[in-house]
Design a protein around this ligand. Structure first.
Ligand code: PEP
Ligand code: MG
Length: 587
């Protein structure tokens, strides 16, 4: 084995979730494998067969470990699939055929095994029997695992992450991110992604340092390499030297002291120096985040993304299952309000288990997403509406619809809500008759026709993540164009002002629940534009509260007036930065 120290190199990505992590790489690769092909010298052929047998043993151990983990986390029934996987590994036909092919061709064992496995997968996939067709998926999964072991890489399953490691992946789906074991993941680094992709939002809520958009870093790393992840500046340092470790040790100490000062100040009210109280609420994805909402002292929930209940389940959850989850949150936080957003799947959140509901689309962010899918599946939608209404009997619930593009959708959604109320009346089940119903403004058409929507809404909540994506035509998940995604673009500021003014003119409260609200750099701008409430990942509440407490609302208003005059986004950004730097002076 080589003992040469590996040299350090640095990769710049996008800072996605604050914090510093140092640890070994857990490479999570989902892309198709490129299997190497070469002739094995005759004197190495016995060793090649031994290599194959060893890979089968290692794979068996891997699967046993995952099975144990899944049994612990999800139960025995869910873990049964791994029995089928172990059977594939013991299949004498598959193994025997691989060795025979190898002896005949002299080609490396990966090539022979892959060819035999592909023949089996093809043969099973063509059989007109669902059970046998599923075996094709089992063989595919196991074959990929064996090939990964032969090629010295870890096969892709985040449930395998048991040690404290840094996950490095091409991309992570929101449901995969939601399933990550917080105590095992030190950090997350992905080739793809942007600050507002949903997997990143989940990482932030779990306080896992993350850097995304590092292009092809996965191709330059191996399992076990050492990484320093700087989620503040979006830097990843591979194989850091002693000096780098020392430097980061110092940075981490400074950051930790900063965070602890923020936490001390977090006990105090969110009130500006000129006496204006600001409401800071939390964005959550799961019922167990109620504890975080309380810990960070948010005034209730401004956005509960209900789709995560759907994304992590094997099947669409029933009304009862949904009711139980919603009630847990609402009762857990009562009397503080909880804004429950109806199902927003599609876009970067495909629905597992039910591919027909959405299916593959060329432009998923412009596709059959959120309210569009719900209106076409009224029973599924009403199940959710009834569950939300029933939860409203246990505290203060506000309901809001995502991705509304115009009044017709709002009318159709409200009609189904009226039906859901009538159905509950008939069943004799309680709900809050006065539950407020709001509209998310996150599509440019909704902003422009805000006056029409305001007539039919109790409040507005601005989803800046999507609003900016659609205004500037920038896919929020695409790292190549992430630098163009700019909250200080003049079109964004003007649109935000339009929405706030339109809502206020009709007596509506206007909040912001996109990532912009949790960024202490932009929060003063939003408040200065007249936004009434900010809702953010719970862990970000302390920094926004701190800033609120050291600023004057009159200054924030002046900042917004100045910002609206700018024609260059960079100048607006500089204004916001100067405002922030002048006030955020923590020793
Ligand atoms: C938004 O678009 O800003 C928003 C809050 O919703 P999501 O991020 O879930 O799309
Ligand atoms: Mg949105």
């Amino acid at each position: 084995m080589s003992t040469t120290p590996k040299s350090e190199f640095t990769v710049q990505g996008i800072a996605a979730s604050k914090g510093i992590a140092y640890g070994q790489v857990f490479l999570y690769l989902q892309s198709e494998l490129e299997v190497p092909r070469y002739i094995v010298e005759p004197d190495k052929r016995v060793a090649e067969i031994a290599r194959f047998e060893q890979a089968l043993i290692v794979t068996r151990q891997q699967i046993a470990r995952i099975q144990e983990q899944v049994t612990k986390n999800l139960g025995e029934a869910e873990a049964l699939i791994f029995d089928a996987h172990q059977m594939v590994l013991e299949d004498q036909a598959l193994i025997g055929e691989t060795i025979r092919d190898f002896e005949k061709s002299g080609l490396n064992i990966e090539t022979c095994f892959n060819a035999v496995a592909q023949r089996y997968i093809q043969a099973f996939a063509e059989i007109d029997d669902e059970y046998l067709r599923e075996r094709a998926a089992d063989i595919k999964d196991v074959a990929k695992r064996v090939l990964h072991v032969l090629m010295g890489q870890t096969a892709g399953s985040l449930t395998e992450l048991v040690d404290k490691r840094i996950i490095v992946a091409n991309d992570i789906s929101p449901s995969e991110a939601a399933g990550i074991d917080r105590s095992a993941a030190l950090g997350i680094v992905t080739d793809a992604g942007s600050r507002t992709s949903h997997a990143v939002i989940v990482a932030r809520s779990m306080k896992i340092p993350a850097v995304v958009g590092v292009e092809d870093l996965t191709t330059k790393l191996k399992d076990g390499d050492w990484l320093m992840v700087d989620g503040y500046d979006g830097v990843v340092i591979v194989n850091p030297t002693e000096q780098t470790l020392f430097r980061y040790g110092k940075i981490q100490k400074i950051k930790q002291s900063f965070e602890s000062q923020l936490m001390t100040a977090n006990e105090l009210p969110a009130e500006t120096l000129d006496g204006v109280a600001v409401t800071l609420r939390a964005n959550i994805e799961k019922p167990d985040e109620v504890a975080l909402v309380k810990h960070y002292r948010a005034s209730g929930v401004g956005l509960y993304r209900t789709e995560f209940l759907f994304l992590s389940a094997a099947k669409v959850p029933t009304e009862e299952q949904q009711y139980a989850a919603y009630r847990e949150i609402v009762a857990g936080l009562a009397p503080a309000p909880v804004t429950i957003r109806t199902l927003d799947v599609g876009g970067d959140k495909p629905l597992p288990g039910d591919p027909e509901l959405i299916g593959p689309e060329a432009n998923p962010f412009l596709g059959f997403r959120a309210i569009r899918m719900c209106l076409e599946n009224p029973e599924l939608f009403k199940n959710q509406l009834r569950a939300i209404l029933r939860a409203s009997a246990h505290g203060t619930v506000e309901l809001m619809y995502p991705m509304i593009s115009g009044p017709e959708e709002l009318d159709r959604a409200n009609l189904l809500l009226t039906e859901a109320r009538a159905e509950l009346k008939e069943r004799g089940q309680a709900y809050d008759e006065k539950m407020r119903v709001g509209t998310m403004i996150e599509i440019p058409s909704a902003a422009i026709a805000g006056d029409v929507l305001a007539e039919k809404s109790d409040f507005f909540s601005i989803g800046t993540n999507d609003l900016i994506q659609y205004l500037l035509a920038i896919d929020r998940g695409n790292s190549r164009i992430a630098h163009l995604y700019d909250p200080t673009h003049p079109a964004v500021l003007r649109t935000l002002k339009l929405i706030v003014d339109t809502g206020h003119a009709r007596g509506l409260k206007v909040s912001v629940c996109g990532e912009m609200a949790g960024d202490a750099l932009y929060a003063p701008l939003l408040l200065g534009l007249g936004v009434d409430e900010l809702s953010m990942t719970p862990t970000l509440v302390p920094s926004v509260r701190y800033l609120v407490r050291v600023m004057k609302m009159s200054d924030a208003r002046a900042l917004a007036v100045e910002a609206l005059k700018q024609t260059d986004a960079k100048k607006t950004h500089a204004l916001a930065e100067a405002f922030y730097n002048e006030r955020m002076k923590i020793a």
